[in-house]
Design a protein around this ligand. Structure first.
Ligand SMILES: *[C@@H]1O[C@H](CO)[C@@H](O)[C@H](O)[C@H]1NC(C)=O
Ligand SMILES: *[C@@H]1O[C@H](CO)[C@@H](O)[C@H](O)[C@H]1NC(C)=O
Length: 192
């Protein structure tokens, strides 16, 4: 699998963070109505995002917590039935101390009896630059032991209104002892 080049159309959020205030999402029902009326003449935009997702399972401040499971879950090789709520940091680089560009908030369920596969229902809530306050909603199947996973972007808000697209995930680092994981995401969306 070839990694996208920095020279490609990928918008690294670091760079975008320098553009604070340039075209922040307008807020309030009036401005949304205005945007909606102009929509038939609006041009569809294409945006690519790249960031790292940090699953902090252990430690004093876990960002992934188990909220429900079945009696059989921990006897299941695929953790079938486990439901977790997540509020993970998103950063520009794989280093957890690199610049934060948002958070991934939602529910992840181990929903497969065949492999470690999660139903992801996640919002990417951005805080960087012109994406500050905008969100993307992701729903998809995430078989975490496979190298490459692909999920659907089903919508968005702010600059990502009416978004649809694809989010790809690849595990960048996994610590079997703590369960902590760093996952690289490339997100490609069409929006207005
Ligand atoms: C789950 O296990 C507990 C304790 O062993 C038992 O009381 C309960 O009936 C079990 N529930 C189901 C749905 O099997
Ligand atoms: C993002 O928006 C919030 C709320 O409007 C604001 O407090 C914060 O300073 C903004 N952050 C950036 C990086 O623009």
């Amino acid at each position: 699998m070839t990694k996208p080049q920095a020279s490609s159309m990928i918008f690294y959020l670091t760079i975008v963070c320098l553009l604070v205030g340039v075209s922040g999402a307008q807020k309030g029902p009036k401005s949304v109505q205005k945007w909606f009326r102009k929509l038939p003449h609006a041009k569809e935009k294409q945006t690519q995002l790249h960031f790292y997702f940090h699953d902090q399972v252990g430690g004093i401040n876990p960002t992934v917590v188990a909220v429900a499971y079945a009696n059989s879950t921990f006897g299941s090789p695929t953790m079938f039935g486990l439901v977790m709520v997540v509020d993970d940091q998103l950063t520009v680089g794989p280093d957890p101390s690199s610049k934060i560009v948002g958070r991934a908030q939602g529910i992840m369920n181990y929903a497969s009896m065949q492999e470690m596969g999660m139903l992801m229902t996640i919002n990417f809530v951005f805080t960087g630059g012109k994406y500050n306050g905008s969100t993307l909603s992701v729903v998809g199947y995430n078989p975490i032991q496979r190298k490459y996973r692909e999920m659907a972007v089903v919508g968005g808000s702010g600059v990502f209104r009416l978004a649809r697209g694809v989010a790809t995930a690849e595990t960048a680092a996994f610590d079997a002892k703590s369960g902590n994981a760093i996952v690289e995401y490339n997100v490609m969306v069409l929006h207005y």
